[in-house]
Design a protein around this ligand. Structure first.
Ligand SMILES: Cc1ncc(C[n+]2csc(CCOP(=O)(O)OP(=O)(O)O)c2C)c(N)n1
Ligand code: SF4
Ligand SMILES: [Mg+2]
Length: 302
């Protein structure tokens, strides 16, 4: 399997070359023109991603094949860890959206199917209604869920469909080259907004966790991130609550996870967590937006 590098010159999984764009910093040369080396070695990545090679999460012995510094594998790993910790694996059905994260499905040792771009919530509705005892969840990107399929997720939340949706929001259509999505920040440079997203032309970014929280059928809605160990632990608690909401048949449950996309953000792998902390989380505030009262009760009892 071919691995990609952190530079725009590297070949992307979808086959396209991420070439330097005029006016944007060209990796691995910093904006000041000073050459830097990647501090994360292949050996270190291998050590992180070859564990735990058991249960629901079975990455290859090599490091995962997405770009170095991508946040999506961390989000996947949290889901997989909870599959094991909550003993859900044998009953789980994962409905995948379309995006870079798609390739990670092969590391999940659970039943799974792929939906058309943006349509995973409708497919998950069908699965859960036909097989109500199965544990059903979708993982979708912002291009998939927010740009193309927002209506699907909102209607599922309004209907109170009893499955869980995980949104991995990196503010770009990563897989198809890093063009703007409905969550791209105002001023953010993407492959289709080289001067930065202009609110007067493109409107502003959509806050999905807040939108879902407004709907009566939603039992749980929250936004986490994977840019630091603290954020990862907090996000894991959010996903656990969302999964509990489904297990208790309380309604639709949703967790938006902010994930780093250094390639789409035109930066090095190690710069992306700081950008997330300094810029992204200032607009996309982390936290819980709706918690069904019965989830609080079960927390108090445990
Ligand atoms: C109906 C449809 N429209 C567009 C595409 C092309 N497409 C495939 S992946 C993708 C981008 C996905 O972006 P996102 O969901 O944010 O995931 P990421 O790659 O960023 O993880 C697009 C536009 C498609 N496959 N199907
Ligand atoms: S989401 Fe971004 S960083 Fe992750 S694999 Fe896709 S292009 Fe690379
Ligand atoms: Mg995306």
């Amino acid at each position: 399997m071919q691995r990609r590098g952190s530079t725009r010159q590297a070949q992307h999984k979808c086959g396209m070359l991420h070439l330097p764009v005029e006016g944007l910093p060209s990796s691995p040369v910093s904006p000041k023109g000073k050459r830097r080396e990647m501090p994360v070695t292949k050996e270190q990545l291998k050590k992180v991603w070859s564990l735990p090679n058991k249960g629901s999460f079975q990455p290859p012995a090599e490091a995962h094949h997405l770009c170095p510094g991508c946040g999506e594998p961390a989000a996947y790993r949290l889901v997989a860890e909870l599959m094991d910790e909550m003993n859900l694996r044998e009953r789980a059905v994962y409905v995948a959206g379309i995006g870079c994260y798609n390739g990670l499905g092969g590391y999940l040792n659970i039943d799974q199917m792929k939906a058309l771009h943006g349509r995973a919530p409708s497919v998950a509705t069908g699965v859960k209604r036909m097989l109500p005892d199965r544990f059903v969840f979708t993982i979708q990107g912002d291009g998939d869920l927010v740009s193309e399929g927002l209506a699907e997720a909102l209607h599922c939340a309004a209907r109170g469909e009893k499955f869980t949706t995980i949104l991995v929001n990196n503010t770009v259509n990563g897989e198809t080259g890093g063009h703007m999505t409905a969550t791209t920040l105002v001023g953010q440079k993407t492959k289709s907004t080289l001067q930065g997203r202009d609110a007067a032309v493109h409107g502003g970014p959509m806050k999905t966790a807040e939108l879902i929280a407004q709907l009566d059928g939603a039992a749980y809605s929250a936004r986490g991130s994977v840019h630091s160990p603290v954020a990862i632990n907090r996000t894991k608690r959010m996903i656990r609550r969302a999964f509990e909401a489904q297990e208790q048949k309380l309604g639709f449950s949703f967790v938006e996870i902010l994930t780093m996309c250094p390639t789409g953000w035109f930066m090095e792998a190690w710069e992306a967590p700081k950008y997330m902390e300094d810029v992204m989380t200032k607009y996309f505030t982390l936290g819980e937006y709706k918690v069904h009262p019965l989830l609080l009760k079960s927390d108090a009892a445990s």
